[in-house]
Design a protein around this ligand. Structure first.
Ligand code: ATP
Length: 223
């Protein structure tokens, strides 16, 4: 069954979410207070409506209650973002994702029950910083404030060694949960301790940021 989404706020972030969901064939209700934005998204989203999301009556009239997942991408106007989230919560929306503008905003959103709070600028900044530190760090996914999953291309210090030899869990406290190899990125989940790391392999590692960082410094970044 086609899933239904609503995107409130069609700035760069909300607009991009709306485009992507629509191109994946999802049913998207796009909402913004600005007419020119709605005109831009009229042919992209399934429905595009000029509306102020802080008006509960309007939200009800739009039938927002029947939507599976609402993305609140109102940026600058933190008050409007919080108020909208609160009303969506009261209306019983199953899943609410909200873009936070700063750490205080994020805290409030978590308190009022947003299911997912994202901070795209901060998260992307962190990812870029990690990939700048080392070309071997291909991806960085934050699990919490202090835990992550990273994808690391095996460099000279890792290639040819087995997981037993490297003893990553005991030395660094983090775990290799998968190894991707070959051009097809074949994935070996929960590799055996005897697994030998080959050139061009990608290690998927989970752990505390401080442990992953020690691992990166010692075994990933070339001297
Ligand atoms: P981005 O970085 O994603 O471009 P931003 O963080 O700069 O966005 P804004 O441009 O302030 O965020 O807001 C995003 C969109 O949300 C704007 O198009 C704005 O018109 C819309 N918006 C703001 N308040 C409301 C509201 N109460 N109801 C609906 N849309 C709103």
């Amino acid at each position: 069954m086609k899933r239904e989404f609503a995107v409130i706020g069609l700035g760069r972030f909300g607009g991009s979410v709306c485009r992507e969901l629509s191109s994946e064939g999802m049913d998207v209700l796009a909402i913004d207070t600005i007419e020119s934005k709605i005109n831009e998204y009229r042919h992209i989203a399934s429905h595009a409506v000029i509306a102020d999301a802080t008006d509960e009556k309007v939200l009800k009239e739009l039938g927002i209650r029947n939507i599976d997942h609402v993305i609140v991408a109102i940026g600058e106007d933190i008050q409007a973002s919080i108020l909208t989230t609160l009303m969506l919560k009261e209306l019983g929306i199953k899943k609410i994702t909200v873009k936070a503008q700063n750490d205080y905003h994020e805290k409030v959103l978590n308190k009022i029950g947003a299911d997912q709070v994202i901070h795209p600028e901060r998260d992307m900044g962190r990812k870029i910083a990690h990939s700048i530190i080392s070309n071997n760090i291909l991806d960085h996914l934050e699990l919490s404030d202090d835990h992550s999953i990273v994808e690391i291309k095996a460099g000279t210090k890792l290639v040819g060694k087995s997981l037993t030899e490297l003893d990553i869990r005991a030395r660094f406290g983090c775990n290799v949960v998968a190894i991707k190899s070959g051009e097809a990125n074949e994935i070996n989940v929960s590799p055996l301790a005897t697994e030998v790391i080959e050139d061009e392999d990608v290690l998927v590692i989970i752990g505390a940021d401080k442990d992953i960082s020690r691992f990166e410094k010692q075994l990933v970044i070339d001297d």
